[in-house]
Design a protein around this ligand. Structure first.
Ligand SMILES: Nc1nc2c(c(CN[C@H]3C=C[C@H](O)[C@@H]3O)cn2[C@@H]2O[C@H](COP(=O)(O)O)[C@@H](O)[C@H]2O)c(=O)[nH]1
Length: 306
């Protein structure tokens, strides 16, 4: 994931709407004495898990659809995770590749037990079809085979996913340069690692190469902590819930600076306290704080990537 780390640092060094405050990172690191509170994967108890290939299929579909819940104020990630779980418990074939290929918008809503159209529903349906078709074409219909073919390497798995499934190619152009963020591809690896506790389908010998997942919750938490500082126009847009255009400098800076800031935090914890943390652990801590703080205002961008 060197490309993610390097391009995020490149953006952070040229950023004008968002600043990473290194002193504030140090204050936070000192305050917690380098001990990032441990948050268990599935602390909410909402995910499907059976320790086998169906869990892998579930997590892949989950992360294919793991984006943009905020346009519906009642919808959240929890509904997606628990909706897919219930659907699988009712019908073990619900996420088979040949079914994924054919879902319509209303059928997806029914699957998730959601009473009205989902945000960017047509894209969600298109992405489900893409997953079903490509799994069938190259992986015998099973996400578990995709994971096996990565040979326990997180970086290889992300490369395979982004090569085969265009919907996971989360990148942007910034001042003419290509910036890689790969939020949903990386979170899929982290979900495997968390669910299978680093064993079996969750065993990756390079799990430390993963960065945080640049969504709309973690940046809001970093801003609240004082680590990210926004210029006055951007602050005003976010605090008044104005949408931030996908691919705009502001949007790319928010996401890339979040990745960069957490990498800095991780380095500092290593240097000052001699602890080698994973970005995944810092992400889950920050994310869990963010989703429990209803008052946090986050940036709003219509996007299939996060
Ligand atoms: N950085 C980061 N972003 C994450 C997650 C997760 C869930 N991860 C699961 C893995 C283990 C745990 O047990 C979690 O359940 C979702 N998101 C993002 O949040 C946003 C949804 O927010 P809201 O609208 O309030 O539900 C949306 O962009 C979604 O893509 C994460 O872990 N890290």
């Amino acid at each position: 994931m060197e490309a993610v780390r390097a391009s995020a640092a490149w953006v952070a060094s040229r950023s004008s709407h968002v600043t990473v405050d290194l002193q504030e990172i140090e204050k936070v690191v000192d305050k917690i004495q380098g001990n990032v509170p441990k948050v268990e994967w599935d602390f909410e108890g909402i995910h499907y898990f059976d320790n086998g290939p169906l869990t892998v299929q579930y997590l892949f579909v989950l992360d294919a659809l793991n984006f943009c819940f905020w346009p519906d104020k009642d919808l959240s990630y929890d509904h997606l995770a628990s909706g897919l779980k219930l659907a699988l418990e009712k019908d073990k074939t619900a996420l088979d590749a040949d079914r994924l290929k054919n879902y319509t918008g209303p059928q997806l809503r029914q699957l998730l037990n959601w009473p009205r159209p989902l945000p960017i529903e047509e894209e969600r349906v298109r992405l489900l079809h893409e997953v079903g078709l490509e799994l069938e074409r190259n992986f015998g219909g099973q996400a578990a085979n995709l994971v096996k073919s990565a040979g326990n390497s997180a970086a290889t798995l992300i490369e395979l996913i982004t090569r085969h499934f265009p919907g996971f190619r989360d990148h942007s152009l910034y001042k003419g340069h290509q910036v890689f963020l790969y939020k949903r591809a990386q979170i899929f690896v982290a979900d495997l690692w968390g669910a299978f506790k680093g064993q079996n389908y969750g065993e990756f010998n390079d799990i430390n190469s993963i960065t945080i997942f640049a969504d709309y919750i973690v940046p809001a938490v970093l801003r609240e902590l004082g680590i990210l500082k926004y210029g006055s126009n951007l602050s005003c847009s976010i605090d008044s819930n104005r949408e931030i255009v996908p691919g705009s400098e502001e949007e790319v800076e928010i996401r890339a600076c979040s990745i960069y800031a957490v990498e800095k935090m991780r380095d500092l914890i290593g240097k000052k306290f001699g602890k080698q943390l994973l970005s995944i652990d810092i992400d889950l801590w920050l994310w869990s704080c963010g989703v429990q703080n209803m008052a946090l205002s986050h940036h709003r961008t219509l996007s299939i990537y996060y």
